[in-house]
Write a protein that binds this ligand. Structure first.
Ligand code: O7E
Length: 211
């Protein structure tokens, strides 16, 4: 749905299950995010299939963190499969991020939602935000588990760059708080795909965040 701000993190292995969940939630989503569990379980073709079945943008969350040439080799195949966005780590440096950005729309991780993010990533978030401001990606990742950090990131980030926040639900973050802190989109995984009725769970979150 074009006006939705909800991204489904479809972290299941099986193709059939993934397609069922995607189809039953599609009307409440802005995009579907595919991570390693699904790509390892179902193959890269899952990206093409998801797009055909749902008509939604697909975000390939590979968190690319390699030298420019390897990032380029991976990203070209993933964009070729139909991914609309690829997520890349910024800490590997601007050349590695640029290699992905030259091939398609990119989202840069500037902070993460788990407790361990405070060890190494958070201390360099300011520099990662500067990198994003210089390169102008589609968006950056900030943690819904720490709304104050979402607010901080938004305040330092150039206006057109989106703030995308995982960590809502099972990790303890609140969708409303993340959006109030300046997030443009929220990412939700287990609270939807582990629910008995993923369609209903997605609808509830969609309604909670006001569409
Ligand atoms: O906790 P869940 O089940 O709602 O799933 C959250 C999803 O967001 C899952 O795919 C995880 O890999 C991802 N994620 C985080 O949880 N924390 C982060 O800091 C970053 C991501 C992520 O998606 O990174 C790139 C967007």
């Amino acid at each position: 749905m074009g006006n939705s701000r909800l991204i489904l993190a479809l972290d299941v292995y099986e193709l059939k299950k993934a397609l069922e969940i995607a189809e039953s939630t599609a009307e409440y989503l802005w995009a579907v995010k595919v991570n390693w569990p699904l790509i390892i379980g179902s193959g890269l073709e899952i990206i093409t299939e998801l797009k055909e079945r749902t008509g939604l943008p697909v975000i390939a969350d590979l968190k690319l963190a390699d030298i420019p040439n390897t990032n380029r080799l991976i990203a070209s195949k993933v964009f070729e499969a139909g991914a609309d966005y690829i997520i890349a780590h910024g800490f590997v440096g601007r050349d590695s991020v640029k290699a992905v950005m030259e091939l398609g729309k990119t989202i840069i991780v500037v902070e993460m939602s788990h407790p361990g993010a405070e060890e190494f990533i958070q201390p360099v978030t300011d520099r990662l935000i500067e990198l994003a401001n210089e390169l102008g990606p589609f968006g950056v990742i900030a943690p819904a588990t720490r709304p104050e950090r979402v607010r901080y990131t938004r305040s330092k980030l150039m206006p057109g760059i989106k703030v995308i926040t995982p960590g809502v639900g099972v990790q303890g973050g609140s969708a409303r708080e993340a959006l109030n802190a300046g997030a443009d989109y929220i990412i939700v995984g287990r609270a939807i795909y582990e629910s008995e009725n993923p369609g209903k769970a997605a609808k509830r979150i969609y309604e909670e965040i006001g569409g």
